[in-house]
Design a protein around this ligand. Sequence first.
Ligand SMILES: [Zn+2]
Ligand SMILES: [Zn+2]
Length: 342
Amino acid sequence: MQAVVFKQEGQFSVEDRPIPTIKNDDEVLLKVLAASICGTDVHILASPPGHPATEGKILGHEYVAEIVAIGSRVENVKVGDRVCIDPNLTCGGFCSSCKNGMPNLCEHVITYGIFEDGGFAAFNVVPARMIYPISHDVPVELAALVEPLSCVVNGCDKINVQPGQSVVVLGAGPMGQLFIQMVKAAGASKIICVDLSDYRLDIAIKSGATHTVSPNKNDIREFILKETALGVDVVIDCVGSLFDQAVSLVRPGGQVLLLGLNSHALPAVKQYDITKNEISVKGTFISKFSFAKAIHIVESGLLNLEQLITHRLPMDRIGDGIMAMRKGEALKVIIYPLDHEE
Ligand SMILES: [Zn+2]
Ligand SMILES: [Zn+2]
């Protein structure tokens, strides 16, 4: 089978790999139907890399598949099921984070598609406990977005947006777009999206943003205060370096949610403002008991996911997709590891 393999810093190759086989009785063999490129894949392949990965492993951690074989102890799925894969395999209750109900912070987590073979291949083997069935009625391209949505659902669980509230989303990449759609569904009445790219801001309007604003054209704080008087109820940073800006845009008593990850960012934040204005600051990391919820949301058709998909490519053209993402000319790129007939 063809597979996209992480070679070394800044490099991948599309190469021939043997079809994997089930080695443990709790595993399933998957035929991958579609996979999407994540910003993390782009970071892994950057030089210097913005995210680690294991050399020689098959990339791809956002994917949907069909079960083609199951180990003798597998009971939660059967051959023919369409499934999404939670790529983060936790220790299963041995570490203190898992024991305390935070499996997303598991000390021994292994992410498939980064440190183990993932979904940019025609076939893949994973333990059955990573698997979540999804309806055959959901197009495979949308099912491939369950993984990023599950991370956004985890974030939304923390801010609990109420009908009529105002929200600022900093960064209109895929995660920002999913947040816009989710807070819209929750009843937010004013959703202001901030990004430098007009291309992304146009998509944000289709996602449900009521206002878009670019730091190139406007003073963001001035714009927000004109729209909301005291600032917005919730600010979500999907960029990972805008904590100071987020604090300057939220109303007294409001919430700041931090999702973007950037280990180099060192924003200077005036602690005084957080204390004096009783601002709640929350970090949110990957998905936490939110995978099944994300599947229900996608199955319900509540969100407008279709318009986030800007490219559909066969696997040997994955380089074009990565390049488009790097240039900011793509949102979600869907890769088909096998010939696509749907
Ligand atoms: Zn991802
Ligand atoms: Zn653990």
